[in-house]
Design a protein. Structure first.
Length: 150
């Protein structure tokens, strides 16, 4: 392996930590179980898995198998976060879903999809921040109100 390749890969890994941390910061600020460290490491690991797989072979099907294996491993982490509470309400589902997004962002970075990764990070952050907007809270309240009337 040459130094140029390793520097490029190092840049991708640093970007994956940055993008994962941005999403993790929102979760941590919302006092959720998974935060900056979890999201940064997960995004980094996904980037590394895919980068190594794509470096080892030019076989697109082998890279696709690595991409398919990441969600399987992530399922174990997500299952521990998404649980039903005593009143049968799901807890941690949004955080688990955001972890999946962070994993995909890391994989996209490994495959040189920098703009797509950046946009996915921004969009994930936007969706996670919806509950801070008054219009969204009003919409949810109306939805709950109509649900209770039925």
């Amino acid at each position: 392996m040459d130094i140029k390749f390793e520097l490029i890969l190092s840049g991708k890994l640093l970007l994956s930590i940055l993008f994962g941390s941005i999403i993790g910061y929102e979760r941590e600020a919302a006092h959720k179980d998974a935060g900056i460290r979890t999201f940064a490491i997960l995004c980094l690991a996904s980037c590394l898995f895919v980068a190594v797989a794509s470096h080892l072979t030019d076989d697109k099907s082998a890279i696709a198998r690595m991409l398919a294996a990441i969600p399987a491993g992530l399922g174990f982490i997500s299952a521990g976060l998404a649980l039903k509470d005593k009143s049968s309400n799901m807890q941690g589902l949004t955080t688990s879903t955001a972890l999946w997004a962070a994993s995909a962002i890391g994989a996209a970075l490994a495959l040189n999809m920098f703009l797509l990764s950046f946009l996915a990070t921004v969009l994930t952050l936007f969706v996670l921040s919806l509950n801070k907007f008054k219009w969204y809270k009003n919409w949810i309240a109306k939805k709950e109100q109509s649900k209770n009337l039925k």
